[in-house]
Structure formats: C-alpha cells, structure tokens
Design a binder for this molecule. Structure first.
Ligand SMILES: Cc1cc2nc3c(=O)[nH]c(=O)nc-3n(C[C@H](O)[C@H](O)[C@H](O)COP(=O)(O)OP(=O)(O)OC[C@H]3O[C@@H](n4cnc5c(N)ncnc54)[C@H](O)[C@@H]3O)c2cc1C
Length: 479
C-alpha cells in the first residue's frame, strides 16, 4: 500500500445502516474526522428491507383486525384491505428505495460518505472498491467500526440455488401478494410476514420445525399468535421439516416435507435465521475468520484483535439483533472511541462501559402480529437455564376494563418475573392487541431496578391496558 493513495481519517465506519450512522454521528459530533463506507443504500436493511417496510405492511392489517371486533366500526372495515394502497404506503415508508434523505443527513452531520464495498486491509486500514471499479485506501488514526449488519441465512437444501426463494428482502419489498405463500420458520420474521401477507390476500402456509411459534419466547405468546393466524385463515403446521424444494417450469414451488408430504405454492419465504455480513470484509487481514460473527466486550471493541482500534457494532456482533439495541451500542461505541482518542478513562460518565447492561439484561422487542407480543429481559426458560431464582406472576389481560374497551373479544396475557432475592423485575412479556406501548414501562422498571413494592405507587390510569400492572401486583399479593 503506497501512502500517496491513502486518505487519512480519525474514524472509519464500514456500513451506513442505522448503527453505522449512529457511530459516525457520535464521533463526528465530537470533532473526529469520520468517513462512512456504504455498498448499497445509506440507511441499511432497517430502512428498506426490514423494520420500515414490514411495519408499513403490518399496520393496516393489525388495525383492521382490531376494528373488525369493535361494535359499530366493524361494517366500515368489512371489505378487504386495499392492497395497492398498502403497497404504495410501504413504498413511501421505504423512501422508494432511494437514499437521498439519508445522504443529505450524513452530509449535514459533517460525515464523509464513500460509496463502495469496504474491506479491512490490516491494522487501521480499509480498502474500498468503488462502483466505478476504483480502489480507495483509507487509514484511521483512532478507530475502524464494522457495522455491516446481517443477512438472511438459507438452509443447505438440495436445489435451493434454482428455487429463487424469498428471503426477508423479497418478503418486505414484493410488488404483489402471491396467491399461495409458504413460509418456513417460526421466528419473528416468519410470523410477522405470515400476518401481513395473509391479510393482503395470500393463502399462507406456515411451516414450523418446532412444536409452536416464537419458540424463544414465553410459550403463551406463540399459542395466542397461532390462534389468531388460524382464525385469519392461515394454515399453521408444527413439527414439520422441509427436506427438498424446487421450482417447476410452470413457476410453481414444490416443497417436500420430512414425512413425505408435498406442498405446492407460488412463492416460498425462508425465514430461517440470520448470518453476519462478514464473509468479504477482509477479516483474514487482521487474524479473524471470514464469515464469523464478531465478538466484542461491553465497549464494543473486538476482543481478539489487539490495540483497541477495531469495533463491531449492531447485528454483526450478534449481541441483540434489533435496530434499537444496535443504536444503543452505537452510542456506547461512539463515546468509547471519543474517550480513547482523548486518552480519557472509560469508567466515568453516562456511557461508562461497566454500566452497560442493557444488551444482556433488558433487551426489549416487539413482534407486530395479532396479537402483539412485547417482551423485555428474561423468560422463565432463560431464568431457569441461568440458575436464577425468580417468582413468576401471570395475569389475563382480557379481564381488564381497558382491554374490553379496546376490543371486546380481547385475548391476552402478561407475565412478570421477579428476582426473589433482590425483589426487582428481571423479565416481562405482554401478549395482546396494543401491548407494544406497555413495553417501555417494563424496560424502565428493569433497568432502574425499581423495588417491586414501589410499583404500587405507580398508578395506572383507568380504563387502560396498563392497569395490568396493578393486577399483576394484586395477583402476587393474593397468591
Ligand atoms: C424483516 C425484518 C424486520 C425487522 N423488524 C425490526 C423491527 O421492527 N425493529 C427492530 O428493532 N429491528 C427489526 N429488524 C432487525 C433490524 O433490521 C436490524 O437489527 C438492523 O437493521 C441492524 O442494523 P445494522 O446497522 O447493524 O445493519 P444493517 O441495517 O443491515 O446495515 C448494514 C449496512 O452495511 C452495509 N454493508 C455491509 N457490508 C458492507 C461492506 N463490506 N462495505 C460497505 N457497506 C457494507 C449494508 O449495505 C447496510 O447498508 C428486522 C429485521 C428483519 C429481517
């Protein structure tokens, strides 16, 4: 590498998804000269093929499901969704897959944007292949942050190359509903896309290897979602594995199941997990293995590389694959990079890394299905696995006045986990229409370690679903 071709920055960020943008924002705002390298669209998967388009597809479906059960409102929503209007709204929410707005923001934040594919090229160096075939070499005085995200992981099925299956990208950006859509996978992407496309007119068959949906969550979450998906007309099957799949000349997809049964569909979505986008980013040049998740400590520093210059932030480190959690990490990583550049200690101030527990103890998430599933912290299974002594308190949300006002056929349940020794909340799961907005209250209770007895003084308004907090405390007192 010759020095005359090298551009030097304080910080190089690879990947302009929500996470990379937030790292760059923090370092640039602190006066560090920062460049961000992006190979596709600034804004990342979240803006164009994940959070934004999926929620735009789901919002009308969930609102209609609620409205269909509100007396007096039901006749107004009897007709099916206006598919074209929903897809047009989805397109707008995905900025029509253009990133002008993001590019403008990057410029306004004083960050340089370099379009192209970035690869590490040894310590503190990055080589970028630009769209017109040039190579630009970058050197970082202080830090390189890898924020390249994740991609859909496909199972190693025979013939999958010729199948042209949907991944989350096609499922969120498709131009029309397929007549028959098979979905393989019982996790968040599988159930959200089943809910959306069933509501948009597809006949969905959801194939789960496990014996329930959302297998990493409290079992009642998957049970309630299964009930509603089936009521909406979806065919939900458990304990089934796909052993082969192919696309015929007629365009139809034929899926063979382990028990020999065959399923025919127009499209098949594999929602079978995520893999890191780290195969082709030069990990071998710094002693790491291409294709691996990048392991970091709580300061988001890659532990296996000496010198405290390489950071991995967001999906690519596998700590918690959510936009909000990646942005939380980005705020920490940004502060750490700035502190190290100034020779300051990391154990003081708001982002003191030893206090960064939210990635392990209090990760919130919402599954936007009918009913919604909102969770934070531990499940019972996780508490048991970790040898945590917890008290489990359940309450049926459908019994609340606020729930019946919301939707007279309301079905839902709440569960909280209380650490017996410390008498603080360590986990909460809410399942029911409209519960997503309850989640922040539980997140605050967990991260602030509010003593459970003190929660009696946080009075929920009548008649709202948040009264479930009071009922949970009463259930505990009476048990
Ligand atoms: C269908 C679906 C729905 C989801 N819904 C939600 C939701 O509702 N809420 C939520 O919190 N999370 C959701 N997620 C998860 C969320 O999308 C991710 O956690 C988030 O996008 C991670 O952000 P990131 O910046 O780490 O990665 P990404 O958003 O993937 O961004 C990475 C960026 O890096 C770029 N890049 C990669 N390699 C290179 C390279 N070598 N050189 C240059 N650039 C590169 C990519 O082009 C991309 O722009 C969803 C995921 C899916 C699949």
């Amino acid at each position: 590498m010759t020095t005359e071709n090298i551009r030097t920055y304080d910080v190089i960020v690879i990947g302009a998804g929500p996470v990379g943008e937030n790292v760059a924002d923090r370092t640039s705002a602190a006066g560090l000269r920062t460049v961000i390298v992006e190979s596709e669209l600034a804004g990342g998967d979240c803006s164009y093929w994940a959070c934004e388009p999926s929620k735009a597809l789901l919002r009308p479906a969930l609102l209609r499901a609620d409205a269909l059960h509100v007396p007096g409102l039901d006749p107004a929503v009897k007709n099916p969704l206006d598919v074209e209007a929903v897809l047009a709204h989805r397109d707008r929410m995905s900025a029509d897959w253009t990133d002008d707005g993001q590019v403008e923001w990057i410029k306004s934040a004083g960050i340089d944007l370099l379009r192209g594919h970035g690869r590490l090229a040894g310590e503190r160096e990055v080589s970028v292949r630009t769209p017109d075939g040039d190579t630009v070499r970058l050197r970082a005085r202080h830090a390189v942050a890898v924020c390249t995200g994740s991609r859909a992981a496909l199972p190693p099925l025979p013939g999958i190359e010729d199948l042209r299956p949907w991944t989350s990208r096609e499922a969120t950006s498709a131009r029309k509903p397929p007549r028959r859509l098979a979905i393989v996978g019982a996790g968040v992407v599988g159930v959200e896309m089943a809910t959306a496309w069933q509501a948009l007119g597809s006949r969905v068959t959801l194939l789960a290897r496990e014996e329930g949906l959302l297998p990493r969550m409290e079992p009642f979450a998957g049970e309630l979602v299964t009930e509603r998906l089936r009521e909406a007309g979806a065919d939900v099957r458990f304990g089934v594995s796909v052993v082969a799949a192919g696309r015929g000349r007629d365009g139809e997809v034929r899926i063979t199941l382990a028990d020999g049964a065959e399923l025919v569909a127009d499209e098949v979505l594999f929602a079978t997990g995520r893999a890191p986008r780290s195969q082709d980013i030069g990990l071998d040049t710094v002693g790491l293995t291409p294709g691996d998740w990048l392991t970091t400590d709580d300061s988001l520093t890659v532990t296996a590389v000496p010198g405290n210059w390489l950071y991995a932030v967001g999906d690519v480190n596998r700590r918690a694959l959510f936009t909000h959690q990646g942005k939380y990490q980005a705020r920490i990583a940004g502060a750490v990079i700035v502190a190290r550049s100034r020779g300051e200690a990391l154990d003081t101030g708001r982002w003191a890394v030893h206090s960064g527990t939210a990635d392990t103890e209090a990760v919130p998430g919402v599954v936007f299905t009918d009913p919604e599933v909102a969770f934070v912290g531990l499940t019972v299974r996780e508490a048991e696995r970790g040898g945590r002594d917890v008290e489990v308190v359940d309450h049926e949300i459908g019994h609340l006045a606020g729930a019946l006002q919301y939707r007279p056929d309301y079905r839902g349940r709440a569960r909280i986990l209380i650490d017996r020794e410390r008498q603080v909340l360590v986990g909460a799961t809410f399942v029911g229409p409209g519960v997503s907005e309850l989640l922040y209250s539980a997140t605050v209770a967990i991260t602030a370690e509010v003593p459970v007895e003190r929660l009696w003084h946080a009075v929920p308004a009548f008649p709202t679903i948040s009264e479930v907090w009071l009922r949970l405390l009463e259930t505990r007192r009476d048990s």
